[in-house]
Design a protein around this ligand. Sequence first.
Ligand SMILES: O=C(O)C(=O)C[C@]1(C(=O)O)C=C[C@@H](O)C=C1
Length: 277
Amino acid sequence: MINKNNYIGYQGIPGSYSEEALKEYFGENVQTKNYPEFLGVFEALNEKEIDYGVLPLENSSTGAINDVYDLLRSYGFYIVGERNIKVDHNLVVNKGTKIEDLTEVYSHSQALEQSSRYLKEHPNWQLIPYKNTAISARYIKEENLKTKAAIASKRAAELYDLDILAENINYNKNNYTRFIIIGRNLEVSERCNKLSIIMTVLHEPGMLNKSLQIFSDHKVNLLKIESRPIIERSWEYFFYIDLEGNLEKNNLQEVLHLVKKNSSYYKLLGNYQKSEV
Ligand SMILES: O=C(O)C(=O)C[C@]1(C(=O)O)C=C[C@@H](O)C=C1
């Protein structure tokens, strides 16, 4: 369980959306460590450099963040919490830059995608995927050129002393990113009401349906299914399933036991409290 000596890791630098999710979840007064890549957060948790990590898992406009889904399975950590954050992107530039000066726009690929309709109105701009939204903002500040812009949060513009040339350029005005909090151990408490598992089924007709029927027969409410390819076995998939429930309540453990029996691979990813928004 979380205590005040814990270190919490996130991808990016101050001003990134991951940092915002971290502060919303843990509060302002926590010790943080940051890493340039998602992988760095997993490695740091593995090496006990941090106690928890905060990572984006999916977005309400563009869907899954595949790298994080895959890392989550391969490292074997647990989801202990989640927080949905409203994400509004801005085109940020060095002071005095005009829209017609721009030739290059830097940001995380997710942010470029979430702003794609606005960016299509400027077909002459070169779009350059970069490590993170706030790292892009800091980079264009360091370069100090009027030809380069970044897509980032208002807070990143403030922190790196940049101007906002266009506000809220994400095409979905209800653009939310779901962040997960990961830890080394399974943490189950009274308040947990959401569960995530990964499973694969035998490549035979009706096998996925059989697993889903188990949930339906026991009145377990499914919230999401995401599939990710199994690299070594073409056209076979890991199914990531989110469902409602608490591991210590009702007969959920027995239901999961039946699902496990019907699966060729099964892993419990965590039991945690659903984000309010
Ligand atoms: O946290 C950041 O600032 C990021 O650049 C990452 C990230 C992501 O990977 O989805 C986080 C939230 C937004 O959806 C866009 C980008």
